[in-house]
Design a protein around this ligand. Sequence first.
Ligand SMILES: [Zn+2]
Length: 504
Amino acid sequence: MKYQSFIGLEVHIHLLTKTKVFCRCRSAFGDEPNTNVCPVCMGYPGVLPALNIEAMRMGCMVAKALNCTIPERTWFERKQYFYPDMTKNYQISQFASPLGQDGFLELEGRGNSRGALDGKGIKRKVRIKECHLEEDAGKMIHTGTVSLLDYNRAGVSLLEIVTEPDMETGEEAEFFIQELRRMVRYLGVCDGNMEEGSLRADANVSINLPGRGLGRKVEIKNLNSSRFVRLGLNYEIRRQGEALDAGKTVVQETRLWNENRDETFPMRQKENAQDYRYFPEPDLPVFCPDKAFLSSVEKALVELPPERLKRIASEYALAEEQADLICEEKQGADYFENAVAEAEKKGLDKKTAAVRVANWFLSDIKHILHRDGIALRDISSFRLTPARLAGLVSMAASGRVSGKLAKQTVELVIAEDKDPEIIVKEKNWEQLAGVEEIAGVVKTVLAAESAAAEELRAIAELRAIAVTEKRRRTLTAYLVGKVLAATGGRADPKIAGEQITLLL
Ligand SMILES: [Zn+2]
């Protein structure tokens, strides 16, 4: 690579507070426009903002999870600028002492990281400059010749996370956003929905000859998916490289990503940092987090995805790729661990339980959840509870129910909201493992299928002209199939096979 690239991100996340950050209006996506508004968030003169402590707590949780320092004193400033979506002509934000400072997020390459970091175990430490709490602006909707304004979003709690320019490729930036998204969802402070705008990212990128430091910074906006972050940055790195190759200089500017043309285009030039005339917000007191507040932040923290993934892989002896899929959502990982624990209570050893639960969870269960329109994070409402899955796993492991009937049992558990043990009893689906009972069926089948039986007998007695192992297997499987059909799928296929050989 001829040039070195430097990528920094500014990620905005909507905090899941019930009300807005400085007033008591409802904070919700998709409500009737301009219904969640009041004099405070509409910026009427003379009104007073009051800090929503939940927003501060959630912001500090993210700051802690990103290894930031929470200062002893943090406060708000007014960031002055005019725009129609900003009713007061200033935004209440944080500037001099943001709630989280000097942290980092470590990205670690693993099986599913899609080439962002080459190979497992490779790490990149992305420094976090700061996390600051602010209010969101309203939303402008441009239709034809008019622009409409919806102020429902004005004043919604927004946390901005600013990284240092420590990433080099679009893939790394995409990976950073995916990791951050998973983290805030685990913390339960943001739904991470990029389409609805509850997680938005701006990127900045500069390139230079190696050893020359940062180049001229270009900002890219309008990146509303992690994929666009990757595509936009890689496009921009290429474009800037071509400009330098041609002896031109890169213009310091803000560009927009055009998702239909897969390219960036200039929005505005930025010679110097805009002067927002920040000054301390006189209507809000300085916030000094006390012991009680800090311990409430600590208490709300959870085991974060990278640690949980590693622990699950080693504790349950699973491949990292599998553990990664299990840890996709916190609720899914909780479900998995609860089901394994329940299966252990039923006498299964941990490894067997884990392998079986993981197989069910990652194939059939995910498929059914998708089919039935249940989000993974709502798995607590799923009728196949961890305890019920454990019941099924333990019946299958001990051979009490066949694999095929176990799948049918799951459908009935969901349809009838009953325990699998009850369904298997009601349906008389318990696997036949009694040798005598199966032998009786085998005799009947051998008599009815005389041609197949005769051929198999010939093979067994080495009288056949072309004795092939493959043919023997085919015939046996055919006869086992008949035994299963005769018992409604309940006969243990292994015993049936043994009996066929014995009774031939
Ligand atoms: Zn309001």
